[in-house]
Design a protein around this ligand. Structure first.
Ligand code: NAD
Ligand code: GLY
Length: 377
């Protein structure tokens, strides 16, 4: 069960010594964001990186809050979508920041989903060898995963997230009310990353999600839904903070957060990052594939596979590659997997195991992986 009881604001700290930072979670935090930002700013000026869809739905709130706090803001509004995480957009953004006179006393604000967080974070990591930055995530995926932990980066023609840096923000400010304008499909995609924390090492949380999941992803569920969503986000952030504090650079436990991602990245690559399959949707199918492989390798019970599959189905998520509606082959997916970042010394690292007991496995028989892919198609 989540250790939080309601939607009252809460703050937790990601403990990384002198790079520790707070994660604030609550409703309407955007409207008073100056209270959180002001103590962090060296100059009373911020460079906000966002995109047009987020600005349409939530931009006026941030503009008003910064103005109310007397914080000068310069705005860099990009196009929405994964294509924005490109070298061209990165160069254009950094050029714009420099042309606008950014200096080392300034702060970059990443205001948006994972695309903006990853790109703005990478710009912050690299411009002038490092500028302070703050994450204000506006998608469920970004609120439970990408805004926390300091992975920043962009995509390369060779693959996703292949250029990047570990660079921690100075704070993460999560206003759950921003999710009120998020399309249901995006909410569901983010929910896959919530379920991931349960499947990795938290059976109680997974059981709680089986009960609460339908209202977490239902924006019409009223106060009960808001409360469940807040609890799920806080529990997810606490899990991520605990794992990152233990293993910031992914030399061990952090790799568990890649559950379903080796399969998922292959599906995403095959679908072409054009909205046919969202990242979280690919991760959900990838988690089912990982559980399927685990049962074939006697690392999980068949009941665990069926339990996670039933839960995804109950909240309205796809659980197999055949439901994506795009012709794919197991051979093509295998080829993408061999190019994944998680390939080490020529072997693919798979996160496998039952609910609550995931571990990294190298040297997995690729015939079994091929069969899992084939059966999902
Ligand atoms: P995204 O940033 O593209 O946002 C999804 C969609 O929601 C976009 O169309 C966006 O315009 C819209 N949107 C965002 N906030 C909204 C709001 N409040 N109201 C209405 N619409 C809104 O995608 P995402 O799912 O947030 O993030 C995916 C990216 O995150 C991928 O590039 C992935 O690689 C990356 N990622 C990074 C990490 C990490 O640790 N750094 C972890 C997981 C995923
Ligand atoms: N989303 C995986 C990680 O942050 O490590």
């Amino acid at each position: 069960m989540p250790d939080t009881a309601n939607t009252a604001m809460q703050t937790m700290t990601l403990d990384l010594g002198d790079r520790s930072y707070d994660i604030h979670i609550g409703e309407q935090l955007l409207d008073t964001v100056g209270e959180f930002l002001t103590p962090l700013l060296r100059a009373k000026r911020v460079f906000v990186v966002s995109e047009s869809t987020v600005m349409t739905h939530q931009g006026d709130r941030l503009k008003a809050a910064l103005s109310d706090s007397g914080i000068e803001a310069k705005w860099f509004i990009l196009n929405p979508g994964e294509a924005t995480k490109s070298t061209a957009q990165y160069e254009s953004l950094v050029s714009g920041l420099l042309a606008a006179g950014i200096d080392r006393s300034d702060t970059i604000i990443a205001f948006g989903g994972g695309v903006i967080g990853d790109l703005a974070g990478f710009a912050a990591a690299t411009v002038l060898r490092g500028i302070n930055f703050v994450q204000i995530p506006t998608t469920l995926l970004a609120q439970v995963d990408s805004s926390v932990g300091g992975k920043t980066g962009i995509n390369m023609p060779q693959g996703k997230n292949l250029l990047g840096a570990f660079y921690q923000p100075k704070a993460v400010i999560i206003d759950i009310s921003t999710l009120e304008t998020l399309p249901r499909r995006e909410l569901l995609a983010g929910y896959a990353e919530v379920v991931k924390y349960g499947v990795i090492d938290d059976l109680d949380f997974f059981s709680w999600l089986e009960d609460q999941g339908p209202q977490i992803v239902d924006r019409e569920a009223g106060a009960a839904g808001t409360s469940a969503r807040a609890q799920a986000i806080a529990h997810s952030c606490a899990a991520k903070a605990r794992i990152v504090a233990e293993d910031e650079r992914e030399n061990g436990k952090r790799a568990l957060l890649n559950l379903g991602h080796t399969f998922g990245h292959a599906l995403e690559a095959e679908c072409g990052y054009k909205g046919i399959l969202l990242h979280g949707e690919a991760v959900a199918i990838g988690m089912i594939m990982a559980l399927d492989a685990s049962t074939r390798l006697d690392l999980a019970k068949i009941e665990d596979l069926e339990r996670v599959r039933s839960h995804f189905t109950a909240v309205g998520m796809k659980t197999s590659a055949r439901e994506v509606g795009r012709a794919m082959t197991a051979d093509a997916l295998m080829t993408h997997m061999t190019k994944d970042k998680k390939v080490e010394a020529g072997t693919i690292g798979f996160v496998l195991g039952g609910i609550g007991s995931a571990a990294i496995h190298h040297g997995v028989d690729l015939e079994i992986i091929h069969a899992v892919l084939q059966d999902s198609l």
